[in-house]
Write a protein that binds this ligand. Structure first.
Ligand code: SF4
Ligand code: SF4
Length: 109
């Protein structure tokens, strides 16, 4: 077993698709942005296509609303869990879609 190490290329933030946010994440992001939660919900979230929860909205080019430039997340300290889980849960074959580098675990004992 090894580990995929994110190289922060930002591809996943530009990938079309949803970025799930739960109640705790909404509260944390709104606080980080110094907004009240209702305003944050109005401005930055929408219902997911499956209608089972909320997603961050996207820009016209399908990139995440909080992506700045090529790879800077403007809510990095409070980004949703989905963003941290990206390599593990989103890309069945990370090597096709992202710049992550695979390293074998050196210490297996
Ligand atoms: S696409 Fe892969 S390497 Fe690039 S930022 Fe996302 S997880 Fe990291
Ligand atoms: S919240 Fe940040 S890390 Fe997550 S998709 Fe948006 S820009 Fe990328």
């Amino acid at each position: 077993m090894g580990t995929w190490n994110c190289q922060r290329c930002g591809n996943c933030c530009r990938w079309p698709g949803i970025v799930k946010v739960n109640d705790t994440e909404i509260a944390n992001i709104a606080k980080y942005l110094e907004m009240n939660e209702d305003d944050f919900l109005d401005q930055y979230t929408e219902l997911r296509p499956d209608r089972k929860g909320l997603t961050l909205i996207s820009k016209e080019d399908d990139s995440c609303i909080f992506l700045e430039g090529k790879n800077h997340c403007t809510i990095q300290p409070v980004k949703p869990q989905q963003c941290s889980d990206f390599l593990v849960k989103w890309f069945p074959k990370p090597e096709d879609n992202c710049d992550a580098i695979y390293t074998e675990d050196e210490n297996s004992s």
